[in-house]
Design a binder for this molecule. Structure first.
Ligand code: BDR
Ligand code: CA
Length: 322
């Protein structure tokens, strides 16, 4: 059984990633902590709680509200034009009685590390602020858990905020650098692979058609949530192609099926200054590289099989996704 602690800014692609994990027969989600980004940390927690109810995993999944701003400076607020008014495309999914735990996200991360030890994988799908704060309190964290997998950054692919900067890293580069230099076994699932795995409205319509009864509600939600803002935004950002990159779910597929990805270990730092480069992952390929920890970077993916893995979570029939 794989044990995941997921830290997310629960927006549209985060919700697919979380649902994938909750439905996976070999995965136990030990908890969800939230951060700011696609939406606020409290709204992300509310979205996560409702998703848990919808997925009905058959076990308790605690949710904790995390930081709502980066380590330094302020946050300008959610990206309404990408993820809608509530982070999940403005769609109202059914409420739940479950409430977030009354504790700090960093304390919950440390508690889960103590409880699950070397079996625990920490997966971040947003800013790494909560994990950086946990490291400040417990610097031994890298020796306590199995590994960290994060969606964010880019190695050679173009960025989505600045030329070479991706949103999750750009949103709190100081936190990301603390995490990268802490000594974790750490893997980056960045834009090099998430831009390669793309989903179209047609695939989601097929998903709706073939979803098993228990996944119908989620399939309906994701079609609605992507319809109004997510696909139109991606249409505008991706040279008017009617398709969207599969960001956060790719990190979960890496966590369950790493064999679908090609990786390369390179010493890296995060650029924390730079008008045009803040949030860039600086990978040093020189013979005598700078003094930096090695980062395991996903440089390629079997994109068809990656998308198939995600779709198989919802359907019993296979269908052509090309
Ligand atoms: C990342 O930013 C957010 O919008 C997505 O949820 C994803 O985690 C992609 O750059
Ligand atoms: Ca995210």
């Amino acid at each position: 059984m794989l044990k995941f602690l997921i830290d997310a800014d629960t927006g549209i692609d985060d919700s697919v990633a979380i649902y994938y994990a909750l439905k996976h027969p070999n995965v136990r989600v030990v908890g969800i902590t939230t951060s700011f980004g696609n939406t606020t940390a409290p709204q992300g927690a509310e979205n996560s709680l409702r998703l848990i109810k919808m997925a009905n995993p058959g076990y308790e999944v605690p949710v904790v509200v995390g930081e709502n701003k980066p380590l330094f400076g302020d946050w300008h607020g959610p990206e309404y034009h990408i993820h809608g008014s509530n982070g999940i495309g403005g769609v109202e999914i059914p409420e739940t009685d479950q409430k977030p735990l009354d504790m700090k996200a960093e304390d919950f991360i440390i508690q889960m590390a103590k409880e699950h030890g070397r079996e625990l994988t920490i997966i971040t799908l947003g800013r790494m602020t909560n994990l950086a704060l946990a490291l400040k309190k417990e610097p031994e964290l890298p020796n306590m858990v199995k590994n960290v997998i994060f969606m964010g950054g880019t190695y050679k692919e173009r960025g989505n905020v600045l030329p070479m900067s991706e949103a999750n890293i750009f949103g709190d580069p100081e936190a990301a650098d603390i995490v990268l230099q802490a000594g974790f076994d750490i893997t980056m699932v960045g834009l090099d692979v998430t831009h390669k795995t793309q989903v179209t409205p047609e695939v989601l319509q097929k998903l709706l058609k073939y979803a098993t009864p228990e996944n119908k509600a989620f399939a309906e939600y994701i079609v609605k949530a992507t319809n109004d803002v997510y696909f139109p935004f991606n249409h505008a950002q991706n040279n008017c192609l009617d398709r969207s990159p599969v960001h956060d779910p790719s990190a979960l597929v890496y966590a369950t099926h790493p064999q679908l990805f090609t990786t390369r270990k390179i010493p890296c730092r995060v650029e924390c200054k730079g008008e045009y480069t803040r949030g860039m992952i600086v990978a040093d390929l020189r013979e005598y590289p700078m003094d930096a920890k090695y980062l395991n970077i996903c440089v390629d993916v079997d994109n068809v099989r990656c998308l198939e893995r995600i779709i198989a979570t919802f359907t019993e029939k296979a269908f052509a996704i090309g």
